[in-house]
Write a new protein. Structure first.
Lengths: 72, 146
């Protein structure tokens, strides 16, 4: 892992086309701006993990027959 | 008419018309493959399977969210809207389903719906405040089990 110290207003380049801006620091919260190409999705890490887990759980589903909503 | 064959481990041999192949430029989060097709829809249209064309053992049950959550809303970030760039009226919305043994164990991921439009699919993050990753699909069954 690369560790870099940055001040508010400074930026980091990732490759040629992703720019990470350090916008604001208040207490232990950092506001970050990410400029990335349209084709590159940007996720909060905890949401990415939660969605990955749900996708994998869905793909592991056992039943062949899906229920009818009318049953509920 | 050209077709694609999936030797599905779940459904046996499936013949998919080329125009029904959905391209996911960014795949599904955490899963491989970029080409999928919707197969095995239930008669009422509530459920179907999003089947990988590249991996014959990979299929996810998906649901039409409005069959279960009448007031469901998808709120996209500007970046996601720009990526999809379609008239919202032409976008089909699906949510992945975590299927369980009992109805009370079925959940839908309302946070990360799959948007399909003109042969392209994107799994996006829904910014709406009430969009849990694991929402009970059959709340009445959950209440009855409690």
């Amino acid at each position: 892992m690369l560790l870099i110290t940055r001040r508010v207003g400074e930026k980091i380049m990732i490759g040629d086309d992703v720019i990470v801006h350090v916008m604001e620091i208040v207490g232990n919260t950092v506001r970050i701006g990410v400029e990335a190409p349209r084709s590159t999705p940007v996720y909060r890490e905890e949401i990415w993990h939660a969605v990955r887990d749900e996708n994998r759980a869905a793909a592991d589903a056992a039943p062949i027959e899906l229920p009818s909503p009318a049953k509920a | 008419m050209s077709t694609v064959i999936i030797d599905s481990s779940r459904f046996g041999t499936l013949e998919i018309a080329s125009e029904d192949v959905i391209e996911f430029p960014n795949g599904l989060i955490g899963l491989g493959g970029s080409r999928y097709a919707l197969v095995g829809a239930t008669e009422d249209g509530a459920f179907s399977w999003l089947h990988s064309i590249d991996d014959p053992s990979l299929a996810l049950p998906v649901a039409n969210p409005w069959h279960f959550f009448g007031d469901y809303a998808v709120d996209l970030s500007d970046a996601d809207s720009a990526r999809i760039t379609e008239d919202p009226a032409n976008v089909a919305v699906y949510v992945t389903v975590r299927a369980g043994a009992e109805l009370a164990d079925f959940f839908a991921n309302l946070r990360a719906p799959i948007l399909v439009s003109e042969g392209r699919g994107h799994q996006v993050i829904n910014e709406a405040p009430e969009a849990p990753v694991r929402a009970p699909l059959f709340p009445a069954a959950v209440a009855a089990a409690a």
